[in-house]
Design a protein around this ligand. Structure first.
Ligand code: ADP
Length: 593
C-alpha cells in the first residue's frame, strides 16, 4: 500500500511540469479524452447497430443512407475537432512545455556543484535524468489521459452491455484479471531481460561508437584495436543471443496461456450473445448482436488498459525517483549567492593554510600558503599529478577547500558573487573545448567584440591562416557536427584559439594551465611572449612544464605530491639545487643533446 502511495506520488511528480507549464494544454487534453473519445466509441456501437438493423429489416435505401450520413457527420465533427487540436494546438503547446522543462534542466545543471561530476554514479544518473525527464513526463501524461479515457469508455460501454445481463461483465472482468496478472508476470520477465541486456548493449554500443568515431579511424587502420573491438563484439553478441533463447521460454510460458484464455473468452462471449438471440430471445435483432460484440471488444480493451496502466505507473515511479534525485541534489557552492563584487583591477591573492582532498581519491593538497600581489606573475611547476590543476580549480571555486581559505583582495572567495568573480578570471587550459557553432562565437566566451577586434586577436595568435586555408569566415562553424564545411582545428590551433579568447578583455586574474603545451617550438616561442604581454596587464598564475615559459615569472612555486616544496625566483631555485634544479637541468640537457 505504501508502495502504491509512493508510486502515485512519483507519478504526480512527473505530471507536475506538464500541468505547471501547460495548464490550458492539460485541461484540453483531459476534455478530449473524456468527451471526444467516448463519443466516438459510442457512435461506432450505436450507429453500427442502427445501420445493420435498418438493412436487416429491409428499410428503404434512402433511410439507411440517412443513418450513414448522421454517423459520418458526427465522426467528421469529432475528427475535425481532434485534427484542429492536434495540428494547430497540441504540437505548439507541447513544444513550449518542452522548452520550459529543458530550461529547468539547464538551470539545475548550472546549480549543480562541479564535484558531483567526479562521482560516476551521480554522473550516470545525471545523464540519464537529463535524457529521460521530458520523455517520462510525457509518458506519464499519456498514461493519465489513457487512464481517464479508458475509464470513460468503460463506463459508457458497461451501461450498453449491462442490457445483456451482469454475466457478461463478470466473465469479462475475470478474463481481464487473469490476463493482467499474467501480463504483469510477463512484464517482470521482460524487465529482467532488459536489465540483463543493458550491460551487454552498452558494450555493443561502445564498439559501434568506437568503430564510427573519427578519433579512432587511424588506430583502427593501423593497429590491432579492430580485433580487440571484434572480440568484445563477438563476446557480447553471443551473450545477447543466449539471453534471447533463455528468456523466450519464460515469456512464452505466460504469453501462450494468455492467448489461449483470450480465445476461450471470445468463444464464451459469442456463444452467450448467440444464446441471447436464438434461445432466450433477450437480444433482438442482428444489429444488437454486432453492436454488443463491438461494445464488448471496446470494454475489454479499455478495462485491460486500466489494469495495465497501474503496472506501468510502478515502472514510471522508478524513473521518477532518479529524476527527483537529479533535481534535488544539494549544491553548496553554485547555489550560494555571495554579494561581494570584486573591483576591475588586478587581484591580490592570499592563500592561507589551504588543504583539499577529493572524496574518491587519496590525493590531497596539503597546507598551501602563498601571497601574490596585484599584477604579479606566478608560475607553478611540478611533476604530473602533483596537484597543480587541482589548485587552479580551487582558485575558480569549482571545489571548496577542506581547510584554509583563498582571499581575493583580502576577502574570502566564499564572500564573492561567484558568477561575477569568475567573469573576471581568464582561463586558458591545455585542453581547449571548441563548440559546434561559429568561429566568432567560439572566440567570444568572455566578451562580445567587434569583428575587426576578433580578427586582430586571431592575427596575434597566428590563427588567421585557418580562415585562409579553409576559405572560411568568422561565421563558419567549428567542427563538422552540423556543417559539412565546418573548420576542423588541430590541437595546437585549438590552443591558439584558447589564447585568443583571453585577449578579449583585461581580467583581474589569469589562470594559465600549460597554455602552450601542444604548440610547435616556433609558435610557442612567439606565443609565450604574447601570453606574457597579456599576463603583464594583470595578476597571473601559469602552470607550465616548459621552463622557457616560466623563467621570467616573478616567483615560482614547485609543487610535489600536493605540497609546495620550493619557491623563489628562477635563479634562487637553481641555486637551491632541489627538484626545480633537476627539472630545469634535465630539460636543458634534452635540448643540448
Ligand atoms: P597535475 O595538474 O599536477 O598533473 P592534478 O591536479 O590534475 O595534477 O591531479 C592531482 C591528483 O589528483 C592526481 O593523482 C589525480 O589522479 C587526482 N585527481 C584529479 N582529479 C580528480 C578527481 N576529479 N577525482 C579524484 N581524483 C582526482
Amino acid at each position: 500500500m505504501k508502495n502504491m502511495g509512493n508510486s502515485i506520488k512519483n507519478f504526480l511528480f512527473l505530471l507536475k511540469p506538464i500541468w505547471k507549464y501547460g495548464k490550458c494544454y492539460s485541461i484540453l487534453s483531459v476534455l478530449i479524452a473524456v468527451v471526444l473519445t467516448p463519443i466516438s466509441s459510442l457512435c461506432n456501437v450505436l450507429f453500427t447497430q442502427n445501420i445493420v438493423d435498418a438493412v436487416a429489416s429491409e428499410k428503404s435505401y434512402q433511410s439507411v443512407l440517412q443513418i450513414i450520413c448522421q454517423y459520418l457527420l458526427i465522426q467528421l465533427l469529432v475528427s475535425t475537432v481532434q485534427s484542429i487540436y492536434d495540428i494547430f494546438y497540441n504540437e505548439r503547446a507541447s513544444f513550449k512545455i518542452e522548452q520550459k522543462m529543458k530550461d529547468e534542466i539547464y538551470q539545475c545543471i548550472l546549480r549543480t556543484d562541479y564535484e558531483y561530476f567526479d562521482d560516476p554514479s551521480f554522473y550516470n544518473n545525471y545523464t540519464w535524468a537529463v535524457n529521460e525527464y521530458i520523455g517520462k513526463a510525457y509518458e506519464a501524461k499519456s498514461l493519465f489521459i489513457n487512464l481517464i479515457s479508458s475509464v470513460a469508455i468503460v463506463i459508457t460501454m458497461s451501461s450498453t452491455i449491462l442490457l445483456l445481463g451482469p454475466w457478461i461483465l463478470v466473465i469479462t472482468i475475470i478474463e481481464i484479471l487473469i490476463n493482467t496478472y499474467m501480463q504483469s508476470k510477463q512484464n517482470k520477465v521482460n524487465l529482467e531481460k532488459r536489465e540483463t541486456n543493458i550491460p551487454i548493449e552498452r558494450r555493443l554500443g561502445y564498439v559501434h561508437q568506437a568503430f564510427s568515431n573519427r578519433a579512432n579511424a587511424a588506430d583502427i587502420r593501423t593497429t590491432k584495436v579492430k580485433d580487440i573491438l571484434y572480440e568484445i563484439y563477438d563476446e557480447n553478441t553471443t551473450k545477447k543471443s543466449d539471453n534471447i533463447t533463455r528468456f523466450s521460454k519464460r515469456i512464452f510460458s505466460y504469453s501462450y496461456p494468455r492467448s489461449f484464455i483470450g480465445i476461450i473468452y471470445n468463444g464464451l462471449i459469442l456463444g452467450y450473445i448467440s444464446y441471447g438471440i436464438i434461445i432466450s430471445k433477450k437480444i433482438d435483432g442482428v444489429g444488437k448482436f454486432t453492436s454488443l460484440l463491438s461494445a464488448n471488444t471496446q470494454l475489454v480493451n479499455a478495462l485491460s488498459n486500466v489494469f495495465n496502466l497501474f503496472t506501468i505507473v510502478d515502472n514510471l515511479s522508478l524513473y521518477a525517483e532518479k529524476i527527483k534525485g537529479f533535481f534535488t541534489i544539494e549544491s553548496k557552492i553554485e547555489n550560494q549567492e555571495g554579494g561581494c563584487v570584486s573591483s576591475d583591477s588586478a587581484f591580490s591573492l592570499a592563500i592561507n593554510n589551504l588543504s583539499f582532498s577529493y572524496s574518491n581519491s587519496c590525493f590531497g593538497l596539503k597546507n598551501i600558503n602563498m601571497t601574490i600581489s596585484a599584477g604579479e606573475k606566478v608560475a607553478i611547476v611540478g611533476v604530473n599529478g602533483s596537484g597543480k590543476t587541482t589548485f587552479m580549480k580551487l582558485l575558480l571555486r569549482l571545489y571548496d577547500p577542506t581547510e584554509g581559505d583563498i582571499l581575493y583582495n583580502g576577502i574570502s572567495i566564499k564572500e564573492y558573487n561567484l558568477k561575477k568573480l569568475r567573469s573576471k578570471v581568464g582561463i586558458a587550459f591545455q585542453s581547449i573545448n571548441v563548440y559546434a557553432t561559429t568561429l566568432s562565437r567560439n572566440l567570444q566566451l568572455y566578451n562580445h567584440l567587434p569583428e575587426d577586434q576578433l580578427l586582430k586577436n586571431m592575427e596575434k595568435v597566428e590563427l588567421l591562416d585557418v580562415l585562409q586555408k579553409n576559405g572560411s569566415t568568422l561565421n563558419t562553424e567549428l567542427t563538422r557536427n552540423f556543417s559539412a564545411d565546418g573548420i576542423m582545428l588541430s590541437t595546437g590551433e585549438k590552443q591558439k584559439l584558447g589564447i585568443a579568447r583571453i585577449m578579449a578583455q583585461d581580467f583581474g586574474l589569469l589562470l594559465l594551465d600549460e597554455p602552450s603545451a601542444t604548440l610547435d617550438p616556433i609558435s610557442e616561442y612567439k606565443l609565450a611572449k604574447l601570453i606574457f604581454d597579456t599576463a603583464n596587464r594583470t595578476t597571473s598564475i601559469i602552470i607550465s612544464h616548459r621552463l622557457s615559459m616560466i623563467r621570467n615569472a616573478d616567483r615560482i612555486y614547485v609543487m610535489n605530491d600536493g605540497s609546495i616544496i620550493e619557491n623563489g625566483t628562477h635563479e634562487e631555485l637553481l641555486a637551491l639545487k632541489g627538484l626545480y634544479y633537476d627539472m630545469f637541468t634535465k630539460q636543458s640537457e634534452g635540448f643540448m643533446e
